[in-house]
Design a protein around this ligand. Structure first.
Ligand code: PMV
Length: 304
């Protein structure tokens, strides 16, 4: 048996969501296959894998993660692995799974939001702290609170470009906080990102690619003011603006990934290859975490 979990992107609203504004994230059609296999040769794991195994009281196993996406690309890998292990071992309902996976991730990182765990567990478009949509659940931690709802909309194609390194979410969030505390301009930028996100959610429902692209460009320009873009991000975003409907960094910034809403796919592909960057031609998906269908032999039933 194995568990499949989608990777995730943030379409609109990263950083502003830390200050209570809405964000729109989505699961994408790039899945990791996660399995927990009995093994007596105690292998080395990352801290969050160990923490999840300890939480479940599991020993003498190895965790196998199969995905094309490099870890640390800002596309949700750590949340996916934690959720994948939990779902592999226990019969969680989706809400409890998202909640417990977030608690484990938080206990390792000491910061962060439950956006990743909720998005990969629920699938589809997830609106955080926004109005409208179908209510999913609420997660609280210390003084913070995140209200999640699901936005029913058709899938959109996306090209996700990995810039080669992931910026630290904690560092980028701290950088933005310094800027935020300096005064009114930062608050105006946050407000503007909040408006872009609300409008973005409406345009995603309408499936208006021109408008979604335009809003992605605007959102990126606002994020740039925080100083969280990089030279590579800028190069990729400008390609995305030339050969797509729009583009922006996704997640914390300082590296990580860029999302492009593609238009002229051929040219975009050629240019990205010229730049020697890893990219994924994918789409948003309504499919959240799921267990592999068990074949009759796995269930131990007799055939014939
Ligand atoms: O972890 P990432 O790279 O997907 O980005 C997190 C999103 C932020 O808004 C930057 C931080 C947060 O806690 O919401």
């Amino acid at each position: 048996m194995a568990v499949y979990t989608p990777h995730k992107i943030i379409l609109f609203g990263e950083h502003a969501v830390v200050y209570g504004y809405p964000a729109l994230s989505a699961a994408v059609d790039l899945f990791a296959r996660i399995s927990v296999i009995p093994s007596r040769n105690g292998a080395q794991f990352s801290t969050f894998v160990n923490r999840t195994l300890n939480y479940l009281g599991l020993k003498d196993v190895i965790v196998k993660v199969e995905t094309q996406v490099p870890s640390g690309s800002g596309l949700g890998t750590s949340s996916m692995i934690i959720s994948g292990i939990l779902y592999h071992e226990r019969n969680y309902d989706k809400e409890s799974l998202a909640r417990e996976a977030f608690e484990i991730e938080y206990s390792v990182q000491g910061s962060g939001s439950p956006i990743d765990t909720t998005t990969i567990v629920a699938g589809g478009y997830v609106l955080t702290n926004g109005s409208g949509g179908i209510p999913l659940w609420t997660v609280e931690k210390d003084t913070r609170k995140w209200n999640f709802s699901s936005i029913p909309a058709k899938a959109i194609d996306l090209v996700i470009v990995y810039t080669g390194s992931k910026g630290s979410t904690r560092e980028q969030v701290a950088k933005v906080r310094k800027f935020y505390e300096r005064g009114k301009l930062a608050k105006d930028v946050m407000e503007s990102i909040g408006n872009i996100t609300s409008e973005g959610a409406r345009e995603v429902i309408r499936g208006n690619l021109d408008k979604i692209g335009e809003l992605m460009n605007e959102n990126h320009s606002e994020l740039k003011i925080f100083g969280i873009s990089t030279e590579t991000i800028e190069k990729v975003v400008s390609l995305g603006r030339n050969y797509g409907y729009g583009a922006k960094l996704t997640g914390a910034g300082g590296g990580g990934a860029v999302i492009i809403l593609p238009k002229d796919r051929e040219k975009l592909r050629a240019k990205l290859r010229e730049m020697n960057l890893m990219f994924f031609e994918t789409a948003t998906t309504n499919v959240g975490i799921f267990r592999e269908r068990q074949e009759p032999q796995d269930l131990g039933t007799q055939s014939g």
